[in-house]
Design a protein around this ligand. Sequence first.
Ligand SMILES: Nc1ncnc2c1ncn2[C@@H]1O[C@H](COP(=O)(O)OP(=O)(O)OP(=O)(O)O)[C@@H](O)[C@H]1O
Ligand SMILES: [Mg+2]
Length: 300
Amino acid sequence: VLTAPIVLLIEHLLHRGLHVYVISIAGASIGLVVLLRLAGLLSAIERARGSERLARREAEQAQRLLAFQNEHLRELDLLKDEFVSSVSHELRTPLTSISGYAELLLEEESSETKQGYLRIIERNSARLLGLVSDLLFAARLQDGRLVLDLAPVELRVLVEQAVEEARPRAERAGVVLEVNAGDASVLGEPDRLAQLLDNLVSNAIKFTPAGGRVVVGLESQEGQIRLEVSDTGIGVPPEDRERLFERFFRSQSALEREIQGTGLGLYISKAIVEAHGGRIGVSNVAGGGTVFVVELPGAA
Ligand SMILES: Nc1ncnc2c1ncn2[C@@H]1O[C@H](COP(=O)(O)OP(=O)(O)OP(=O)(O)O)[C@@H](O)[C@H]1O
Ligand SMILES: [Mg+2]
């Protein structure tokens, strides 16, 4: 395109005509070079498009495979939950019967040794029943949200009950258990709130070595209720803090010390708190230990 104006300009400047061969050869070679370059570019674009199509096909195939595998995993997960929940359900009836008959025998038994054995049977069947109920409850949570049967609840009464129930355990473990509860009413389900308190208090006792202290505090401020369960125990490593509330999570420190548990208590507790419109958090206490803080909206 530029050949004609350039030749005309040179002719004008030099006041003479250029040789026609020079013009045609130069013009044709430039044109040829440009055409070759364009053809090269076009074929490179075509090649890139071809490999892009191939990559896209492969990506689509991989995505289909992934979706299929995901679906398969979801089905397996569902099957596992159904299995756990039906086994737990089946275990509950015989366990209730074992624990009931052990209790009856204990009332009738006069020999000290046999009473000791029966107490062990009773304690262990109660522990198994607790585990089975936690498994069933967690399976229900997986199925959907927790639906509450709401009623006005005096949380102070529940806190004092939970502490009194835990006191023998604390004494056996050599842990001082203190309560400092003010009045606080919430709209909630008493059984679920008692379950939450029991989980937090029993964790605090369980993860505190002998000679330690557990304090349960309850206060109400401007319609907001704050429950604190603090201990002087083994503490929670910062990297585990978020994961504590996951299903079946147990921190390395608990595993190393072989402290018994399933890792369901806090998962269930979080679901209970959230169903009540509240939130739960954990932090470390200066000087060692852990504090769990629950905030709930007051009944007003
Ligand atoms: N007060 C605490 N101090 C230190 N670590 C704690 C405390 N409470 C909970 N944890 C850590 O969080 C983990 C999860 O607690 P969670 O109550 O869910 O399970 P668990 O007590 O081990 O078993 P479960 O409650 O099902 O019997 C525990 O295994 C422990 O590692
Ligand atoms: Mg627990």
